[in-house]
Design a protein. Structure first.
Length: 272
């Protein structure tokens, strides 16, 4: 199946997810979309292994994903959302320390799927976190903060409890949201791959093709990546909020993939 046809079918599932008010149906459609993406990737890999001599064999590629302008708030959690989606779709990533851009390495069809899923889930994550902040639920929680006082010539650091700030609540909400989305997509991927290799007449061939695909991507990444150091963006350095974490996790469990116009254009930057 071509990448265009694959994305068309995934788009149909996204529309079904968006049109239902039942969160369980929305979750089922989302899982189906991920299974189709994974299954299509498997089909494309098999096609690559048996491509006719006159057809150009698909190879991994690199694509620049712009998350937003350096210095804008929210870049870390937005980047984290893309990274967990990429991990479930056989796409390796490097990321700038500013979290403003991601370098995605993978087969074009897999990167297309990542951009489509990211465009939809990003909108939902922002809406859900906005609703949580407006609810004021986080204000009833406190968190430990370090307070430095000057006593004579000495500076003394003490741990004090302070109300959770809105920015802390939003950061924790979105980190938990991304983590849960990553787990859901990983589960859907594993299920699809297990089904693919369970077919007796083709299980060995499919497993071999999947392994070859992983090795090809690994080699491509090793040859082209210039990453140095470790990205530390996936941490809530501003403080911890258990309430916001739980709320973000709940929202991600019932997330639906949007059928908004951004789906076809694969929104890459954070909303204003």
């Amino acid at each position: 199946m071509s990448s265009d046809k694959m994305l068309t079918r995934i788009g149909g599932l996204l529309r079904q997810a968006e049109s239902t008010d039942n969160p369980h149906e929305g979750e089922a459609f989302m899982a189906a979309a991920q299974r189709l993406a994974t299954a299509s990737s498997i089909d494309l890999a098999v096609a690559r292994a048996h491509a006719a001599g006159r057809e150009k064999r698909a190879t991994p590629t690199q694509r620049l994903i712009t998350i937003g302008e350096p210095g804008k708030k929210g870049l870390r959690t937005y980047a984290q959302l893309f990274l967990v989606i990429a991990a479930a779709n056989d796409v390796q990533c490097d990321i700038a320390q500013t979290s403003a851009v991601i370098y995605a390495y993978g087969f074009a069809g897999d990167i297309d799927v990542c951009e489509a899923l990211y465009a939809s889930l990003l909108i939902q994550m922002v809406r859900a976190s906005d609703a949580y902040i407006k609810s004021g639920e986080y204000r009833s929680e406190t968190t430990l903060r370090t307070q430095v006082e000057k006593r004579g010539r000495r500076r003394v650091a003490t741990r004090v409890r302070r109300p959770v700030a809105g920015v802390t609540a939003r950061l924790n909400f979105q980190l938990a949201y991304a983590a849960r989305i990553g787990q859901r997509l990983a589960d859907a991927k594993k299920e699809a791959e297990d089904q693919a290799v369970s077919v007796p007449e083709s299980s060995a061939e499919t497993a071999l093709v999947l392994r070859d695909k992983q090795l090809e991507l690994k080699d491509y990444y090793s040859e082209n990546s210039q990453a140095r150091g470790t990205w530390r963006g996936g941490r809530a350095s501003a403080g911890h909020s258990s309430s916001a974490r739980r709320a973000g996790d709940r929202a991600a469990r019932t997330a639906r993939l949007s059928n908004s116009p951004e789906l076809s254009t694969a929104r890459k930057q954070i909303p204003s």
